[in-house]
Design a protein around this ligand. Structure first.
Ligand code: GDP
Length: 452
């Protein structure tokens, strides 16, 4: 096995930059760069040393070195972490030095892949580490952390055990013909397997909310000019702690920011954008609604409740009616709002009254934004499936188990019933990586960042 190297911290300037080596030559490479053939720091303790390209050269940096001897390291290999000063120049030189001494640049997720093959963690835990690093909200990080600690695998253990026990029972019934299962026992087994199918379905159903936590929602505010889109946008931004990630592809015409609503990362776009100087504004609300509909998971249609509905409001409402949307009737602080409320009701059903000036109704609006995207099944006590791969495998496993239940109840031979049980077990095994082939593994690890 070779020795891999990568930056463990982001490239660029920082106070400290960590370079990580993993593999059998880690210690000997580090001995060369500190110029001490007997260098052997105590396990998991940091030691300060000078780093040089050659014994005769001047020093490159003073760095803290931490040695994690196999198998007590993240990867399970010999690992050395070099904490240098976070200068891109220094880090580049140190990495180059390790490469010259025989290390190889690590691929995406390769450290975690090694941890997986050394049995330090299972596949769903490895994926959780990736998700933890990528988490955009506290709630998403919390879910990833639970999965990293093995929560998904432990929840799968029950169903896996039941499938194995049933397989053993059916196999032995086949083996010893005289032990043919009595009808009553078959009914009991069918009942137990139906229970397994229900557990798997209930776990899978948490994906509806779980994937939102991880991937978030795109919410776009539309409406004719001057209804208060920008004011509402700013109000939502100010109240929710902004998420500090870059939003790619922000156009000049729109303003996009990230916020967190109930732990769900929301990419919020205000289509008011740049004002049209030529005053051809009457059709822009409609035009932008049309564009936004293609890209958003949900539209917030804003209407000015202090004025009569105009033709353009009605066009926007009509357009939005074919997309998932929430209607926010703004300016509820203006006295005319209440007077006009009755005349609006024939056009506007299921709406939220808000004021972007006083903030009234904003909580209701937030809840209304999340409401169409499902609620959590409380039987799973907060645990959520966040990964589409896991969701898919759970559904497949459940379908196989359910098919076996149907066959069993239909009096079909045990041999056929067993096929579904073996398949179900295999799909569950793919979640934790017990039965995952190399091709799938390399696809999954391609989604990791380098250095993890
Ligand atoms: P946009 O063109 O839809 O983005 O609308 P703006 O957010 O720029 O708001 C248009 C005008 O309405 C501004 O003068 C705002 O101060 C005012 N406005 C927005 N929301 C409210 C509100 O809830 N109450 C009141 N009284 N005025 C509002």
């Amino acid at each position: 096995m070779d020795t891999i190297v990568a930056l463990g911290t982001p490239a660029g300037r920082s106070a400290i930059g960590v370079i990580r080596l993993s593999g059998p030559d880690s210690l000997s490479i580090v001995r060369s760069i500190v110029g001490d053939n007997h260098f052997k720091p105590p396990p998991s303790r940091s030691v300060l040393r000078s780093i040089r390209s050659n014994a005769s050269d001047s020093i490159l940096d003073r760095a803290l070195l931490t040695y994690f001897p196999a198998p007590n390291s993240y990867t399970g290999d010999d690992v050395v972490e070099i904490s240098c000063h976070g200068s891109p120049v220094i880090m580049r030189q140190v990495v180059d030095l390790t490469l010259r001494l025989g290390a190889r640049p690590a691929g995406p997720g390769e450290f975690t892949l090694r941890a997986l093959s050394n049995g330090k963690l299972n596949l769903s835990q490895a994926e959780a580490i990736r998700d933890l690093i990528n988490a955009q909200t506290e709630a998403a990080a919390q879910q990833a952390l639970g999965q990293m600690m093995g929560e998904l695998s432990s929840r799968l253990q029950g169903p896996q055990q039941e499938l194995i026990q049933t397989i053993v029972e059916l196999e032995s019934a086949l083996e010893f013909v005289e032990d043919d299962l009595p009808g009553l026992r078959k009914q009991n087994i069918a009942g137990e397997l139906a229970g397994v199918a229900t557990v798997l379905l209930s776990l899978a159903s948490t994906f509806e909310v779980g994937h939102l936590l991880r991937d978030g929602l795109r919410v776009t505010i539309v409406g004719r000019p001057n209804v208060g889109k920008s004011s509402l946008f700013n109000m939502l931004l100010a109240a929710e702690r902004a998420i500090v990630t870059e939003v790619p592809g922000t156009t000049r015409d729109t303003l996009t920011e990230r916020i967190s609503l109930g732990g769900v990362p929301i990419t919020l776009t205000d289509t008011a954008g740049v004002r049209d100087s030529t005053d051809r504004i009457e059709s822009r609300g409609v035009e932008r609604t049309r564009q936004a509909m293609a890209e958003a998971d949900l539209l917030v249609v804003v209407i000015d409740g202090s004025e009569d509905l105009g033709a353009e409001d009605l066009s926007v409402l009509t357009l939005a009616s074919s997309a998932r949307h929430v209607i926010a009737i703004n300016k509820s602080d203006v006295p005319a709002f209440d007077i006009l409320e009755k005349s609006r009701s024939s056009f506007v059903t299921r709406s939220v009254n808000v004021s972007a000036v006083t903030g009234s109704g904003l909580d209701t609006l937030r809840a209304a934004i999340l409401e169409p995207f499902g609620s959590v099944d409380s039987s799973n006590s907060g645990f959520l499936i966040t990964d589409a791969r896991h969701y898919d495998l759970l559904l497949r496993a459940r379908a196989e188990v359910q098919a076996s239940v149907d066959l069993l109840q239909g009096g079909v031979s045990e041999e056929l019933v067993l096929v579904g049980l073996y398949n179900g077990l295999r799909f569950l095994g793919q979640i934790t990586g017990e039965t995952t082939n190399d091709e799938i593994l390399s696809q999954i690890f391609a989604t990791f960042c380098i250095g993890k």
